[in-house]
Design a binder for this molecule. Sequence first.
Ligand code: SAM
Length: 244
Amino acid sequence: MSAGERRSATRTAVVWAAVQRVLDQAAEDAAPVRVLDIGGGTGGFAVRLASLGHRVTVVDPSPDALAALGRRAAESGVTDLVTGVQGDLAGLPGLPGLVEDDADLVLCHGVLEVVPDHAAALATLRTVLRPGGTLSLLVAQRHAAVVARAMAGHFQQALALLDGQHDTGRAGHRFTREELTGLLAAAGLEVAEVHGVRVFADLVPGSLLDLEPGATAALVELEQAVAERPEYLPLATQLHVLAH
Ligand SMILES: C[S@@+](CC[C@H](N)C(=O)[O-])C[C@H]1O[C@@H](n2cnc3c(N)ncnc32)[C@H](O)[C@@H]1O
């Protein structure tokens, strides 16, 4: 495993495990599972899911990301299971090839932060989910961003981030658990699970993972152990929610 892969494993393990549980459950009802990955970018998740035999449509506004997705899918031999559609979350479900109430699983990872109208975006995501399907939503979390700014000595930035009023820069909006669950409820989506993601992964020096044998596996185990403990949630760089 390369250094980048080790780092990535510690950051994505909790979300990946949760998504796999959903897929295993959905596959019992109907296989292949139909997955819609909104803002799926270059296909880090999509190609992995297709490699497990699921049918994945990636919607992303970036032509470069979609080209990289195509190359990645070809390298993994899953071109027939991966479809890239250029488009925007706000344009769903009117995009070519997309229909309402169809997806068993909708991924929206790292996108809601940069969308101007969160309530409208969640209402739109709900329209493409089949009844009983699952939304996997991953967003940046505000409290951890405040701590990170303060630890880096950027005290004014930490102060400005406290109430989430000044976080509309390139990284976009950062959510609290209460804010996110409130938005989901307002969109008619029922929260099934909430996970804290990257509670420790971003605090650990990369060199430690590179030098100490077994450190990556141990950190992944720790991330999984704290993911559902509410006392660690404010430290998590990201919030992950499964909703129906
Ligand atoms: C931070 S990346 C996340 C990529 C991937 N989902 C992941 O978790 O690795 C954000 C992605 O969202 C896409 N994006 C930005 N605005 C979007 C929008 N309004 N609708 C859909 N995708 C959008 C970007 O092109 C980019 O690929």
